[in-house]
Write a protein that binds this ligand. Sequence first.
Ligand SMILES: NC(=O)c1ccc[n+]([C@@H]2O[C@H](COP(=O)([O-])OP(=O)(O)OC[C@H]3O[C@@H](n4cnc5c(N)ncnc54)[C@H](OP(=O)(O)O)[C@@H]3O)[C@@H](O)[C@H]2O)c1
Length: 244
Amino acid sequence: MKELVTGPDLDDETLIAHYARPARPTLRVSFVSSADGAMEIDGLSTALSGADDKRVFGVLRMLADAVLVGAGTLRRENYRPIRLSPPRVAWRRAHGLPDVPTLVAVSHSLDLDPAMPALADAPVRPIILTSSGAHRPDLLRVADVVRFEDQDLLSPVRARALDQILCEGGPRLFGTLLAADAVDELCLTVAPVLAGAGASRITAGPVSPPRDMRPAHVLRGGDHLMVRYVRRHPSVDRAPTGCG
Ligand SMILES: NC(=O)c1ccc[n+]([C@@H]2O[C@H](COP(=O)([O-])OP(=O)(O)OC[C@H]3O[C@@H](n4cnc5c(N)ncnc54)[C@H](OP(=O)(O)O)[C@@H]3O)[C@@H](O)[C@H]2O)c1
């Protein structure tokens, strides 16, 4: 494991080195949690975040082909269209990538407002993955709506050559992906807060067996700790090698 890197060094260059774009298709999940394991305070993750966590959040988006998010998070967290700063767009262009990653929302009900900015103002046409046969022609004006079967929600994304997938939550989507054994990495920020009882964990939904992970690094930004866990595999170490 790399040594603990502290605050002043956490510029984009340092973060790119630590979260390097994996060489093979990867599902990376990103969450922030309180020190006692809460994933929200008053229903939002905002109070748990900090300046360096936000920088990691932005760099993870810069490194991704697709940003996957559950409909609950999309609705609750008032998602904005994905936009990157000019230097990050320049980095992507230099690496042969489109200016921004594609937003991929996951919903069973398709209870999504086509006017929500994350969809209506998206710089790249979003994809909505659904497990239902619900008919919502109004959503087709702003997004591709793609049906997936048997919880295999990554196949339609990978079929579009969106290999590096960043999942930004929420817990029910994460629980589904864990149950499908699809998660390669967890990028977890631990906030210096004790939220107390009542708040939910970062996983919910179907029960799945424990998966062994190993920490690839721990970064310290202010009083936040940013840990990158990669999948520990009995025979093959699935830790992606960097090419960023
Ligand atoms: N701490 C953090 O880093 C963080 C990150 C993200 C979210 N959050 C918090 O998480 C909370 C929201 O929780 P949530 O459980 O509602 O989030 P979620 O997992 O984003 O959304 C759940 C919804 O996503 C859709 N969905 C998820 N998995 C699906 C599957 N396998 N098949 C079909 N549809 C699927 C369904 O949408 P439909 O209802 O449309 O059918 C489901 O109701 C908020 O409080 C938010 O602040 C925290």
